[in-house]
Design a protein. Structure first.
Length: 591
């Protein structure tokens, strides 16, 4: 026995020594990397052109960490901030832009404005497309921000206009005897129409047509202005599409024909044989510059995705990006408590989600304002329903012309599948103790009394939403009622109705922050990012801990194995309301 204990002690001491040596080795490696970094700087070449590949539509912002083996795709906000740094970096001579993945008009407005701002520093932007394959206008609108556009010979120019589509499951539900019971406030609140209807309702058709027309008008005006063309000529060309690159060149919508190597060679020569550096690599190498420097410190809170209760790891290894209420409420509280922070810039891209989560974040926004920290909202492509709810008390709200916002309304309900299961021989039943213990049952429909209860909940939350908007936007309740009813508005249409203050992009919102804290427009702000992005070790810990976030990551991978048709129906059914009252906007198009 004594021998065994001595052996066990020897093993334990050896293990501890091994751990200590490993820890010491890690420290030495970190020190060596730090010293090497000091010697080599950021590792970027002395003369470079940034390569920005937008053939895959990027998210607006993200808190997914980088990994050794999988670099995170740079987001819209990564690109916007990196282009700002590049405009002050003498090593950067220009940008080589590749397009063809179907950007939305709102994304094009934000990225295009950042490119134009970059060009104003004396640099160039060259856009290249192997074809404008998407019929939407976002890709070409982005390209129009370049001072030169190349296309591959005989490649298609398909940009034609703006469009939308939706799937309606009511006919399927009728066949399988599923019972959808959805309560909405009000007529335009169409997020759950896919479960209740067989086609667009008249209010939804009206609002969808309106925002598509608004997108079209904004895009055509911007294209004509950037390319110095007559708007009527631009429209005539778009109406004739799809055409070919040669047709676009004759119409002066592009400048040169050639293959990708031809365009790259021309870019390098224009830049004095500079090296091409991926925008993501440049953004990562220089990102500390946004948080270091002289000038007023401003909290930059980036939020993208569905608004959910609790906390999350923000999409580790492929999970969905979400706006978790605990995380974002704490971000506002940290910014409020930090005496160096003069204001908060809140970047939001969200269709909404949980009522309680939205209310938690809004309360944190108000607490920051009450502590003397002005809050300015910069809306991305989508800030509707819950996305508008969390924004409505801000000191100033800036939206892009193509931003979809508003959707002041609520919905709740469920789809019950008890009879559907019986059709395929599956028995299902519920047992509950308590009058409404089975209120959330996915097997049995609501009773008339339960449906009345649900309507009462919807009325209460809808009134509360309108009151918060009225208070935050300094409107009367009657004024809010005329622009509410669940209706989605573009930023261009929201501004004259008092829902937003200014039209513009992220840098327009930065200008509003400067005004709010009383500094001149030429003062440079120092941004402190919230919530802090996770590092590699934290991400691995979350993944293996069995957390719900880790499970979402695995779910994200499994969806890649589903066929598109099945995925659309399955996702729609999985997304059906489950009784909680929600602030959720319609399933909106991206073109």
């Amino acid at each position: 026995m004594i021998g065994f204990l001595r052996w066990l002690r020897h093993v334990a001491l050896g293990t501890l020594n091994g751990i200590a040596m490993l820890a010491f080795l890690v420290v030495l490696v970190v020190i060596a990397l730090f010293v090497a970094g000091l010697i080599e700087g950021d590792g970027l070449p002395s003369k470079m052109v940034l390569s920005l590949d937008l053939r895959n539509s990027p998210p607006d912002s993200s808190h997914t960490p980088d990994f050794f083996f999988a670099r995170r795709t740079p987001t819209v906000m990564d690109t916007v901030l990196a282009l700002d740094r590049a405009g002050r970096d003498s090593r950067v001579k220009g940008v080589f832009l590749q397009l063809g993945g179907g950007l939305s008009v709102a994304q094009a407005e934000e990225i295009g404005a950042a490119l134009i701002r970059f060009r104003a520093t004396g640099r160039f932007v060259v856009a290249y497309a192997q074809g404008f394959l998407d019929s939407g206008l976002g890709d070409y609108l982005t390209a129009a921000s370049a001072d030169q556009i190349w296309m591959e010979p005989r490649s298609p120019f398909s940009a034609s206009g703006t469009g939308a589509g939706a799937i309606f499951l009511r006919g399927l539900f009728d066949k399988i005897q599923a019972v959808p019971q959805i309560v909405k406030r009000s007529d335009y609140k169409s997020a759950a129409d896919m479960y209740m209807e067989k086609d667009y309702t008249e209010p939804d058709r009206e609002q969808t047509t309106a925002f598509l027309q608004s997108w079209y008008n904004s895009a055509v005006r911007a294209i004509a202005a950037e390319r110095k063309l007559n708007s009527k000529n631009v429209i005539a060309f778009l109406q004739a599409n799809p055409q070919f690159a040669e047709d676009a060149k004759r119409a002066h919508l592009i400048d040169a024909l050639g293959y990708d190597d031809d365009a790259r060679r021309a870019v390098r020569q224009r830049a004095g044989h500079a090296k091409l550096v991926a925008m993501g690599d440049y953004a990562r190498a220089t990102e500390d510059e946004s948080t270091i420097g002289q000038g007023p410190h401003v909290a930059l809170i980036e939020a993208a995705g569905e608004i959910v209760d609790g906390t999350a790891d923000h999409g580790t290894l492929g999970g969905n990006e979400v706006i978790a209420s605990d995380d974002y409420a704490e971000a506002f509280r940290k910014a409020r408590r930090d005496s160096s922070i003069k204001a908060i810039l809140f970047r939001i891209d969200s269709p909404g989600g949980s009522v309680t989560a939205s209310a938690q974040i809004l309360e944190a926004v108000k607490e920051a304002q009450a502590a003397g920290k002005p809050v300015v909202v910069s809306m991305g492509p989508l800030a509707a329903s819950g996305g508008y709810f969390v924004s409505c008390s801000a000191n100033r709200i800036v939206a892009e012309p193509a931003t979809l916002t508003g959707s002041i309304g609520v919905l709740t309900g469920k789809v019950s599948f008890g009879k559907s299961l019986a059709l395929i021989g599956v028995g299902a039943g519920d047992i509950g103790v308590g009058n409404n213990a089975l209120f959330d049952s996915a097997i049995e429909p609501f009773t008339p009394a339960q449906l009345a209860n649900l309507n009462s909940q919807a009325d209460t939350i809808y009134l509360d939403f309108k009151q918060k908007v009225a208070q935050g936007r300094k409107l009367t309740l009657a004024q809010v009622e005329t622009i509410a009813k669940g209706r989605v508005w573009t930023g261009a249409d929201a501004r004259p109705r008092g829902l937003v203050d200014d039209l513009g992009t992220f840098w327009t919102a930065v200008g509003e922050v400067k005004t709010a804290i009383g500094v001149s427009p030429d003062v440079r702000l120092v941004f402190k990012l919230y919530p802090e992005k996770e590092g590699f070790l934290e991400a691995i810990t979350d993944l293996v801990s069995g957390s719900s976030a880790g499970m979402r990551a695995m779910e994200g991978l499994s969806t890649l194995m589903r066929s598109p048709g099945v995925s659309a129906v399955v996702n729609a059914i999985e997304g059906a309301p489950r009784n909680p009252v929600e602030l959720r906007a319609t399933n909106l198009p991206v073109r």
